[in-house]
Write a protein that binds this ligand. Structure first.
Ligand code: C5P
Length: 229
C-alpha cells in the first residue's frame, strides 16, 4: 500500500507565547518540526511527506530536512483543517489510490512502533483509524459557571492523537464537504464521522503528546531523550 504523510505545520502556536511558531522551538538538538519530520521521513513505508506551511513562513528552509527528496511543501490555510485539505489536494494529484497519515507538526515524540501499529490496523479498520489513548482521569461535565453537573463514564472516552490514517479519496471528499458545510473540524476523524464513517481507535503511546503550552517542552524533551536511548 502506498502511504503519504501529511504534516499540518501552518499554525502560529499563540498559546505558547513564544517569539516564533511553536513547531520551530528547540527540543534538545533540533526544532520540534525537525524531530517530527525525522520520524516520518525515516519510515520505510512512507513514500512522501507533504508539509503545509504558513504563507509567511521564514523558518522552514533553515531545517536540515528542508531539501529531503521525500519532502513536498504546500501553503496552509486559516485553520488546521484548511491546511490538511491543501496538502490533500496535492496528495490526490500524486496518487489517488494512496492512504494518508496525517500527523501534527507539534507531536515530535511519535515512534515508528505506533506508526506500524496504526498501518497494521487496516484489515480490522478498512475505512481508517486513528491513534488514541484511553482517558485515565475521572471526567466531569460542567455548567457555564464552572460547577460540576455530572460525571461522564470514562470507560468509553479516548484522547484523539495523531497520526490519523485514511484512504486519500474518502478523506479528501469528506473533509472538503464538511468544511463547505461549515462543520467545526479539529481532526480528520471528525470529518469522517460527519460523513457517517466510524473510524477505528488504535491504542497509542501516551508519550505522543502535542506540544501546546511552555510546560510541554520539557516533557517532550524527556520523551525524545528516552526514545534515543
Ligand atoms: O494549534 P494546534 O496545536 O491545535 O495545531 C495542531 C497542528 O495544526 C499544528 O501542527 C499546527 O501547526 C497545525 N496548524 C496548521 N494550520 C493552521 C493551524 C494549525 O497547519 N491554520
Amino acid at each position: 500500500k502506498s502511504i503519504i504523510a501529511i504534516v499540518p505545520a501552518a499554525g502560529i502556536g499563540s498559546r505558547m507565547g513564544a517569539d516564533k511558531p511553536k513547531q520551530y522551538l528547540m527540543l534538545g538538538q533540533q526544532s520540534i518540526l525537525a524531530h517530527t519530520l525525522d520520524v516520518l521521513l525515516s519510515h520505510t513505508d512512507i513514500s512522501q511527506v507533504i508539509v503545509a506551511l504558513h504563507p509567511q513562513d521564514q523558518h522552514f528552509k533553515q531545517l536540515p530536512q528542508a531539501t529531503h527528496p521525500k519532502l513536498s511543501l504546500v501553503i496552509g490555510g486559516g485553520e488546521r483543517a484548511d491546511s490538511v485539505l491543501a496538502a490533500l489536494d496535492y496528495a490526490l494529484a500524486i496518487n489517488p489510490q494512496a492512504w494518508v497519515l496525517v500527523h501534527d507538526a507539534a507531536r515530535p515524540c511519535l515512534r515508528h512502533e505506533d506508526i506500524n501499529k496504526l498501518i497494521g490496523s487496516v484489515e480490522q479498520h478498512p475505512q481508517g483509524a486513528i491513534l488514541a489513548a484511553p482517558v485515565r482521569d475521572t471526567m466531569k461535565r460542567s455548567d457555564a459557571s464552572g460547577q460540576i453537573t455530572s460525571t461522564v463514564d470514562r470507560a468509553l472516552l479516548w484522547h484523539a492523537l495523531t497520526p490519523q490514517f485514511f484512504p486519500i479519496t474518502s478523506l479528501h471528499r469528506n473533509l472538503s464537504q464538511a468544511l463547505a458545510a461549515k462543520v467545526s473540524i479539529t481532526d480528520e476523524a471528525s470529518a469522517m464521522e460527519w460523513a457517517g464513517v466510524r473510524p477505528g481507535l488504535v491504542n497509542g503511546r501516551v508519550d505522543n503528546i502535542k506540544v501546546t503550552h511552555p510546560d510541554d517542552l520539557q516533557l517532550a524533551a524527556l520523551f525524545i531523550s528516552q526514545a534515543q536511548q
